[in-house]
Design a protein around this ligand. Structure first.
Ligand code: ADP
Length: 512
């Protein structure tokens, strides 16, 4: 464990920090606000005196300092996960299932505290945070059930005197690297299948949002999940590469699961080549959202609002390009603009706003640049279009008309509350526009004609398709992308397979 101090877990908030907390976002259990790393069951505060600050995105205020782990701590965590693997993988699926169920119960029992913590560090409205905790818990419940159903196979033998059997085994130690936009749900949907399959895990949460990850790990510990099975190594952006490299180079880490940008995903894929890890990469998107002339327009507006403005537009599967057929363009634009104009904006602590702040300056500047670029290339401003009067990283919910493919927002994820409307005339034009991107995470369309529904669903190049639905993620269905959006699937029965390998047993000499 090198220089790692062994200390009991617990927050060490100064008076100043405590005063800075906005009361509505204060968890009732103060010990869920954790300023430590979790390595082999030890809550570690000392990593050579290095820390980084977690900030409240609503006002930039300081929340807490967290250890800034590096290669030493990452390797120590991998040691612990490797040591814990023997016992954890030897347990029956039913035993692992029972512990995952306990964890699921603990997450729901602390839903409000976790939601407050999540809103504090991530900025999303409390109602959305509560929903995210429930969604994260649902993945844990689902994989608790799947842990008991990791069936193998018996293959009819082609030769007498043999039996051919296929068993599923855990891949081993898993490394998870996760983003800030859904810090609980995305981590839960990686930890839960890993543990269900019999793997142990080392995880690095995003630098903006380490607190949610640490809190759910504390609840896993309380639920009885043994030391070393889940290890959480927070790191600043500056040290993220060091932690990632330590795991990439470690042959005992047999799988990497990553959600984040395509650029970082590609570099992790390259970095994993020497140790030939199994990979799941859930990368960037550029989702088209198509409104055909036979759509139920009110339903299409509701779906667009849900898809585009959830989490203040900071969702990898959110509508990035809204394509509207010419004959319904004006009516749709008017209805959408009216709905967007009604959205309220405010800090999560205010309790009732529809939209929160963007996560940080970098995110807000990108949104400003996209809108500025679009307006310079002929977009029409229908509502919003500038920083919100609350200042900081708050941005007005925005609709832009007459968007075109020359604009940056056509080829890059805006990741903010901006809905650009592109006009098209024919079905084939819509499909060509929709697929004109290297990405393929999610696509959506609204139409009623059954022939069109089937044709378009087949033609769209994406791993996930919403048909007359704007919110499609659920723990029971496979989530993931194609093309530059990556590979691997999360959730559903397929999600477990990403954490298993097949072992084929050929038993011979069985003839009498
Ligand atoms: P975003 O732009 O949304 O922050 P990123 O892909 O940059 O998306 O980050 C997603 C996650 O990947 C975060 O946890 C971040 O710290 C981590 N990360 C970024 N660069 C690296 C790297 N070189 N090695 C390992 N992890 C990284």
């Amino acid at each position: 464990m090198g220089t790692l101090a062994r200390q009991p877990a617990g927050p060490d908030l100064s008076d100043r920090q405590t005063k800075q907390r906005s009361r509505p976002l204060q968890p009732s259990r103060a010990d869920l606000v954790i300023d430590r790393a979790l390595i082999g069951g030890r809550w570690v505060s000392e990593v050579g005196g290095r820390t980084f600050a977690v900030l409240d995105p609503a006002d930039g205020s300081h929340v807490i300092d967290v250890p800034d782990c590096g290669a030493t701590e990452a390797s120590a965590a991998a040691d612990c996960a490797a040591n814990a693997l023997r016992d954890w993988s030897a347990r029956t699926g039913k035993e692992r299932s029972q512990l995952l169920r306990q964890w699921h119960g603990a997450l729901l029992a602390h839903q409000e505290d976790l939601a407050r913590l999540l809103s504090r560090e991530q900025g999303k409205p409390l109602a959305e945070s509560r929903g995210e905790v429930a969604a994260g818990a649902a993945y844990v419940e689902w994989f608790a059930e799947e842990a008991k159903r990791a069936y193998g196979d018996v293959i009819p033998e082609p030769t007498r005197g043999r039996k051919l059997i296929v068993v599923k085994e855990p891949v081993g130690v898993v490394a998870a690297i996760t983003p800030w936009n859904f810090p609980i749900a995305i981590l839960a949907r990686k930890i839960a299948p890993a543990l269900a399959a019999g793997c142990t895990i080392v995880a690095k949460p995003a630098e903006d949002t380490p607190l949610s990850a640490l809190a759910i790990a504390r609840l896993a510990e309380e639920a009885g999940i043994p030391a070393g099975v889940i290890n959480i190594v927070p790191a600043s952006r500056h040290r993220a590469g060091e932690v990632g490299d330590a795991w990439l180079q470690d042959f005992r880490v047999r799988k990497l699961t990553f959600t984040g940008s395509t650029a970082v995903g590609k570099s992790l894929a390259r970095g994993s080549a020497d140790t030939l890890k199994k990979l799941s990469l859930e990368l960037g998107g550029n989702s088209p959202f198509i409104i055909f002339d036979d759509a139920d327009l009110d339903a299409a507006v509701a779906g667009t609002m849900a898809s585009k403005f959830r989490n203040t537009g900071q969702t990898c599967i959110c509508a990035n390009r809204i394509l509207v057929q010419g004959s319904v363009y004006a009516a749709f634009a008017e209805k959408l603009t009216a709905a967007v104009s009604r959205l309220t904006v405010g800090p999560a602590a205010s309790g009732d706003a529809d939209q929160g702040p963007l996560i940080n300056d970098r995110a807000r500047i990108k949104v400003e640049q996209h809108v500025h670029d679009a307006l310079g290339r002929g977009a029409r401003l229908l509502t919003g279009g500038k920083r919100h009067r609350l200042g900081g990283n708050f941005y007005e919910p925005t609709v832009l008309g007459e968007a075109n493919p020359s604009m940056r927002l056509a080829s890059e994820e805006t990741f903010g509350p901006v809905a650009p409307l592109f006009r098209f005339e024919t079905e084939s034009e819509a499909i060509a526009l929709a697929n004109d991107t290297p990405f393929g995470l999610a696509s959506y369309f609204y139409a009623r004609d059954i022939g069109r529904v089937w044709r378009v669903a087949q033609a769209l190049e994406a791993g996930t398709i919403g048909i007359n639905e704007g919110i499609i993620t659920t723990e029971v269905a496979p989530f993931g992308g194609v093309k530059a959006s990556g590979y691997g699937r999360e959730g559903s029965k397929y999600g477990l397979e990403d954490y298993q390998h097949l072992k084929y047993l050929c038993m011979g000499g069985l003839s009498a």
